[in-house]
Design a protein around this ligand. Structure first.
Ligand SMILES: Cc1ncc(COP(=O)(O)O)c(C=O)c1O
Length: 427
């Protein structure tokens, strides 16, 4: 056996953190909004301070507007978006119950894996990466499988696709199926209406269209979901009474016990964990920034800059990936031209321009780059700078690109938008 090399211990204390300036144009994380960065450096206060509990209540109220819901149980799960997904699925499902996961990218596989670890009987349907499901196909699978939970990704960053969810809530309510949506990548940049669409549980992350750092998962739960989560507690107690400690423990996560988290965020304020104060400040500011702009306006901004990026990519002579009718507003997949190295281009963009774009996973690995225009980075200057830099790097890598074609195609989209707005104003 080779002995492990001990880590080098520096003789002097490390110098203060000084990360290089970066323009994060991948599929998330993106640069946090300056207001959010300021919120992160706001002084800490104690978790029982009425000002802190007041911030928690405000944060719930703000996220009700972001999710477009009246759900009382709208709160933050402390942890990255995956923590929100895990909390929701672990608490909605009792081991042995059926879950249906329609998979159209990497994150559908993640939902299936988390549900399987929660002890659920997992059923999946799949559609090729780059496409979405016809909602009728999902409805047919729900009728066939009769799951307790239908778990769907809304926007899958791995493929850039946005799955239509509208219409599924009705059938789920009719068949007593709980509808869960992972809106990590889509919330804030694409239309989402929890109540109008009959969504029972939805969880998100800050690091995409919400424009914050990763590490917090805003989440919302309908009264039906809350009832299921509470009932599950009784199943756990019943298993214990029957002496089935093994299965009782299996459904007994403490950190993700949403019933306890509800009690912490609710009027009783029963302490569960120590709320992550700075993360809460950031999450509150993300929602405030978004709502100051207006949800409709924020979605429209993401649409405009996403269109400009897609047009720019085409203007360079490159191809965009997937069904463009169902692309998320905030991520564009770009087919990597033949003979060009995926990693080399990304490395040159980072080294020479400080710009990060994303690679891809699974069947798309080495086939596409993913370029995000989201949150604070859904901006004209960020789009134009990225396109100009991409052109230079591609040319350096020996790819044939249309000189100036990316920036000018994006400019056209912005010009058309201004002309449209002027015409609208004149009417
Ligand atoms: C749709 C979707 N779900 C879940 C996740 C996981 O998020 P996190 O890395 O914050 O746990 C991501 C991250 O990219 C995502 O895009």
């Amino acid at each position: 056996m080779t002995p492990m090399t001990p880590m080098a211990i520096p003789n002097s204390p490390p110098s203060p953190l000084d990360p290089p300036p970066r323009l994060l144009m991948g599929p998330g994380p993106v640069n946090a909004h300056p207001r959010v960065l300021r919120a992160l450096s706001t002084p800490l206060i104690g978790q029982y301070d009425p000002v802190m509990t007041g911030y928690m209540s405000e944060t719930s109220a703000l996220y009700r507007q972001v999710f477009d819901t009246g759900n009382e149980q709208t709160l933050l799960v402390d942890g990255t978006a995956r923590a929100g997904i895990e909390a929701a699925l672990v608490c909605l499902l009792v081991p042995g119950e059926r879950v249906l996961v329609p998979i159209f990218g990497r994150f559908g596989h993640l939902l299936a894996e988390i549900a399987s670890r929660a002890g659920a009987e997992v059923h999946t349907i799949e559609t090729p990466w780059g496409t979405v499901f016809d909602p009728e196909a999902v409805v047919a699978a729900v009728r066939r499988v009769r799951p307790r939970v239908l778990a769907m990704v809304h926007g899958d960053t791995s493929t850039t696709m946005l799955q239509p969810l509208d219409g599924l809530g009705e059938i789920c309510a009719e068949l007593d199926v709980l509808l869960y949506a992972d809106v990590t990548a889509s919330l804030g940049g694409n239309h989402f209406a929890a109540d109008a669409w009959g969504i029972d549980a939805a969880t998100a992350g800050l690091q995409k269209c919400l424009g914050g750092p990763s590490g917090t998962a805003p989440a919302t739960f309908s009264p039906r979901a809350v009832a299921a989560i509470t009932a599950r507690r009784q199943v756990e107690a019943g298993l214990r009474e029957d002496g089935d400690e093994e299965n009782a423990l299996r459904i007994g996560s403490n950190y993700f016990d949403l019933a306890m988290v509800f009690d912490y965020w609710g009027p009783r304020r029963l302490n569960h964990h120590t709320e992550a104060t700075s993360a809460l400040y950031a999450a509150r500011e993300c929602a405030a920034v978004l709502l100051d702009e207006g949800m409709k306006e924020a979605v429209e901004r993401h649409r405009l800059h996403g269109c400009a990026m897609a047009a720019g990519v085409r203007g360079l002579g490159l191809e965009v990936f997937g069904d463009q009718e169902h692309r998320m507003n905030n991520v564009v997949g770009v087919l990597i031209p033949d003979g060009v190295g995926d990693a080399a281009v990304r490395a040159a963009l980072l080294a020479d321009y400080g710009i990060e774009i994303g690679t891809s996973f699974g069947p798309l690995r080495g086939r596409i780059w993913r370029i995000g225009t989201m949150g604070y980075n859904a901006r004209k200057d960020a789009v134009l700078t990225t396109l100009a830099a991409l052109e230079q790097v591609l040319r350096g890598a020996g790819a044939k690109v249309v000189a100036g074609g990316g920036v000018s195609a994006a400019h056209e989209v912005y010009q058309d938008d201004q002309d449209g707005a002027r015409q609208g104003a004149a009417l």
